[in-house]
Design a protein around this ligand. Structure first.
Ligand code: NAD
Ligand code: UGA
Length: 465
């Protein structure tokens, strides 16, 4: 094929493509890295001072490498032609139409990139599936590429699976010090050679024993399995949170005691208003759909339980707010603290805030929403996709600071665990609110006894009042 990878292209300049390629450029100054996207506005932002995504540490490494060995471009054919290795890092959202609607991932973007590569390659390429895809997706990509090969003997392709495990908000830390890098490929000589080329990129900064190589299907399935296991832990602790509320146990103490067992471990046991983000729900649904199509209904049902508990937890929290506000929130001002799906990101995809806010809007509550990293436009867009746009227009105010949001409110609802919410002057906030004033902590970040001393009625997920 070629002796060394000198040029890398990544198709898809999103949350994964941008940071991953910035890290490769940062760690491999001798490799030219080009990130392309069909969204030219996004590319313009990557080339500007204000990057299209917020991620701690990202700005610094982009600015250091941009224009040297890191490039952002809209010229997709050129970037494909020039690359030795091409990452496919496009979105794979849950389908919202046709067969598999609401369950299967939509692979149209992945397929379209495969066709563009087939059309413009002109020379041998290693094609790396970075997007999260169902098992056997690499087969479809290979099929399309092999067709191109039949008409052009200069071409040769190897398709690898190299799923990404970074989490938003900690992407740079995760990329620079990953628990593992996973690479799947064919067992043929050419397949092993392609794996070796990709290993030699990561090897520059990841210890070799943390770079795992497997067959293609194990790699694809491991990504779905990893997200399903992580989501399952959250649903497990959230299921326990309901038992805690009903019995007087405290979910933080239960998580601590359970997580102390080294076989279980203490990570991902933080009870919450439900997991959000673009991937957990999408990937668990993708796994459920895969199992159903393999006639493994019991397995599908098992994993579907993870999603069911998550939806139930969101609804349960919203219902709790309504019940505690004397069974009516109509025309009551409620301050929503946090709209992003977790702290340190401006990403709102599948955020539990959308669902809790929507339930409250359906009850005609007036919401005053504050999030340090999410724009008003974004908040209105997300809510408008869930409830009538006129209701959003009429009942939602987006505030520039948390004090403004809380002023005159009957209740505060904490939905994202931003650190700044821990440090607010709650005495000042209390005196600006309607009384009785309540705080609903969906993230367990506030000091309940202190708030109660101030005068608040407090409700925290997984704790008895
Ligand atoms: P994203 O929506 O942020 O970015 C995808 C980009 O691909 C978009 O900018 C879009 O314009 C572009 N694109 C789509 N089709 C294209 C085409 N044909 N040609 C050129 N550009 C095209 O998505 P993301 O969050 O970066 O996720 C990408 C993949 O990585 C998904 O499969 C996701 O499941 C997976 N993943 C995401 C995360 C995460 O934290 N967001 C982590 C691990 C894995
Ligand atoms: C998750 C995984 O952690 C990544 O490994 C994976 O690569 C990524 O999905 C993906 O495939 O997209 P991400 O969704 O960015 O990353 O963020 P997480 O930290 O996993 O949080 C997801 C959601 O679960 C958030 O809403 C978070 O608040 C919630 N969560 C997390 C809890 O409610 N409790 C916890 O203990 C941990």
């Amino acid at each position: 094929m070629f002796s060394k990878v000198e040029k890398v292209t990544c198709v898809g300049a999103g949350y994964v493509g941008g940071p991953t390629c910035a890290m490769i450029a940062h760690k491999c100054p001798d490799i030219q890295v080009t990130v392309v996207d069909m969204n030219s506005e996004k590319i313009a932002e990557w080339n500007s001072e204000k990057l299209p995504i917020y991620e701690p540490g990202l700005h610094e490494i982009v600015m250091a490498a941009r224009g040297k060995n890191l490039h952002f471009s809209s010229d997709i054919p050129k970037a494909i032609r020039e690359a030795d290795l091409i990452f496919i890092s496009v979105n794979t959202p849950t389908k919202n139409y046709g067969r598999g609607k609401g369950m299967a991932p939509d692979l149209k973007y992945v397929e379209s990139v495969a066709r563009t590569i087939a059309q413009h390659a002109g020379a041998p390429k290693i094609v790396v599936e970075k997007s999260t895809v169902p098992v056997k997706a690499a087969e479809s990509i290979s099929f399309i590429l092999r067709e191109a090969q039949k008409n052009d003997t200069r071409l040769a392709f190897q398709v690898l699976s190299n799923p990404e495990f970074l989490a938003e908000g900690t992407a740079i830390r995760d990329l620079s010090n990953p628990d593992r890098v996973l690479i799947g490929g064919e067992s043929t000589k050419e397949g092993q050679e392609a794996i070796h080329h990709l290993v030699s990129i990561y090897e520059r900064w990841v210890p070799r024993d943390r770079i795992l190589t497997t067959n293609t299907w194990s790699s694809e399935l491991s990504k779905l399995a990893a997200n399903a296991f992580l989501a399952q832990r959250i649903s497990s602790i959230n299921a326990m949170s309901a038992v805690c509320e009903a019995t007087g146990a405290d979910v933080r103490e239960v998580a601590h005691a359970v997580g102390f067992d080294s076989r279980i471990g203490n990570k991902f046991l933080q009870a919450s208003v439900g997991f959000g983000g673009s991937c957990f729900q999408k990937d668990v649904l993708s796994l459920v759909y895969l199992c159903e199509s393999l006639n493994l209904q019991k397995v599908a049902d098992y994993w579907m339980g993870v999603i069911d508990i998550n939806n139930w937890q969101r609804r349960r929290f919203a219902d709790k707010i309504i019940a505690e506000l004397f069974n009516t929130v109509t025309d009551k001002r409620i301050a929503i603290f946090g709209f992003a799906f977790k702290k340190n990101t401006g990403d709102t995809r599948e955020s539990s805030s959308i669902y809790v806010s929507s339930h409250l809007l359906e009850e005609h509550a007036k919401l005053a929403i504050y999030d340090p990293k999410v724009s008003e436009k974004q908040i209105r867009m997300e809510l408008g996709n869930n409830v009538d746009k006129q209701i959003v227009e009429k009942l939602v105010t987006v505030c520039a600071d948390p004090y403004e949001a809380a002023a005159g409110a009957h209740a505060i609802v904490v939905l994202t665990e931003w650190d700044e919410f821990k440090e607010l002057d709650y005495s000042r906030i209390y005196s600006s609110m309607q009384h009785p004033a309540a705080i609903f902590d969906g993230r367990l970040i506030l000091d309940q006894p202190v708030l109660r001393d101030i005068g608040f009625r407090t409700f925290a997920i997984g704790t008895a009042p």
